[in-house]
Design a protein around this ligand. Structure first.
Ligand code: 5AD
Ligand code: SF4
Length: 453
């Protein structure tokens, strides 16, 4: 979502004359867009700011002003503290106010003209009543694969999680706005859209003709857009995996057979302490139902090890769950205390050494599963949306329907140029832990030649 937000900030700044530059030294404005989900985020921001301070000083010594902004959830959480610790920062703003960047910049420029030193930075960490989405300009640029935020914030209040406090309460964009943005993205060249939300499957936006649409209805309408080939959504909560959404996975061909469905733990006691509001068996039932709808569905998840109260037995239950489900990919983290969350005052903290040990064991199992999943593709022919340049002129990179990264080597750069932005059938030559290597399928190559003739 930070990638999406950063792109939208660039859209807001474009009418003011700002454009991307390649190096920070050349920038008139540098914005650090930050994430607060785990510890040390704030410290990392301050150390990065220390480096930028130097840059800003050098530039201003030469009489050339430079502005520094901090955006995102660290800015939201730190607020005035950030200006106290880093008084050379000009702008501090949260994830809900970046549509106001032009006026913040104007205020910061005025303040810089009037005073210097501490106290001149502009802060905007409100949760405004207006939605930023109503004020943002239309998305102008996109690659073949685009993000689209449909829902923000979260009302689930998992005990360990800071998101409900930093991103705020749940908000779903009206379906009409989402569809309009999707059509614009497709017109601008997007072939794949990933719908984003902290808890995206809780989506319940205003429907075009009154009432509300849940995510399944939105997916159905998006699938009708000509030129859009692939739809994904992330991140979901098991409790919001409703029957209509599960069925959508069987019904909507454009919905890709890959789902990121975080479970966090395989122990009912830990799930209860985490306030996840479901049991292990509920999660397993959902997975079964999804696989009934879409037998080739690949799964991904998030795991936290060492949540307060987690015993060795609880952790082993997580390993057992992983073995039972079989993941194509997953993210796993050591529990990280977030001040202000219910888990931060829970007893029975797990020692860091124990957390590290459990993380290593879990990651080793997940890595084996990911390798086995990738290995099972060797020799197969799969469609890949080529959305990035690879190494050299004749290589492109993209993703399979199951989210694996693929590097495709063409025989000539002209072939690669022609294939960029398209979904191409490729033959998988070898499988690596994090990617697949492929060449264009001969059938496709000859079809292309026939078309060229
Ligand atoms: N400690 C460790 N991991 C966390 N996550 C969220 N909060 C914490 C925390 N306090 C992880 C969860 C979530 C993912 C986005 O980040 O696994 O699904
Ligand atoms: Fe955080 Fe996700 Fe739980 Fe919401 S559902 S509180 S974003 S972990």
């Amino acid at each position: 979502m930070n990638v999406y937000d950063a792109r939208r900030m660039a859209d807001v700044l474009a009418p003011l004359g700002y454009a991307h530059v390649e190096t920070p030294e050349d920038a008139d404005l540098i914005i650090l867009n930050t994430c607060h989900i785990r510890e040390k985020a704030a410290e990392k921001v301050y150390s990065e700011l220390g480096r930028l301070r130097q840059l800003k000083g050098d530039r201003e010594d030469g009489g050339d002003p430079m502005m520094i902004g901090v955006a995102g959830c660290v800015a939201q959480a730190e607020g005035t503290e950030m200006l106290r610790r880093a008084p050379y920062v000009d702008l501090v703003f949260g994830p809900q106010t970046y549509h106001r960047l032009p006026e913040m910049i104007a205020r910061a420029l005025r303040a810089a003209g009037e005073t210097s030193g501490p106290g001149r930075g502009v802060i905007d960490t409100e949760f405004p009543v207006e939605s930023k989405f109503d004020s943002l300009p239309q998305a102008v640029e996109t690659g073949p694969s685009a993000f689209l935020t449909v829902q923000e914030g979260c009302d689930r209040f998992c005990a360990f999680c800071v998101v409900p406090y930093t991103r705020g309460a749940e908000y779903s964009r009206p379906a009409e706005d989402v569809l309009a943005e999707a059509r614009r993205l497709v017109e601008a060249g997007a072939r794949e859209i990933t719908l984003l939300g902290q808890n995206v499957n809780a989506y319940h936006g205003a429907a075009p003709s009154g009432g509300e649409w849940r995510l399944a209805a939105l997916l159905e309408a998006l699938a009708d857009i000509d030129g859009l080939d692939r739809i994904r959504y992330t991140t979901s909560h098991p409790r919001d995996m409703t029957a209509d959404l599960i069925e959508a996975h069987g019904r909507i061909g454009k919905l890709m057979p890959f789902l990121h469905l975080p479970v966090q733990s395989g122990s009912d006691q830990v799930l209860a302490a985490m306030n996840r509001q479901h049991r292990v068996e509920d999660y397993l039932r959902i997975i079964d139902q999804l696989r009934e709808q879409r037998p080739d569905l690949a799964l991904s998840s998030d795991f936290i090890v060492g949540h307060p109260g987690e015993t060795e037995e609880d952790f082993e239950a997580t390993l057992a769950l992983v073995r039972q489900v079989g993941y194509a990919q997953a993210y796993s983290f050591k529990y990280s205390l977030r001040p202000g969350t219910p888990a931060s005052v829970m007893k029975d903290a797990v020692p860091d050494g124990e957390k590290s040990d459990r993380l290593a064991r879990l990651q080793s199992l997940l890595k084996d599963q990911q390798q086995a999943f990738n290995d099972s593709f060797a020799g197969l022919t799969v469609p890949v949306l080529l959305d990035r340049r690879g190494r050299g002129d004749a290589q492109l990179a993209g993703r399979t329907p199951w989210m694996q990264a693929v590097h495709v080597d063409f025989e000539a750069s002209s072939q690669a140029d022609a294939a960029y932005g398209r979904t191409v059938s490729v033959r998988i030559l070898s499988a690596h832990p994090n990617s697949l290597a492929a060449k264009p399928n001969e059938v496709t190559a000859s079809t292309q030649e026939a078309a060229a003739v």
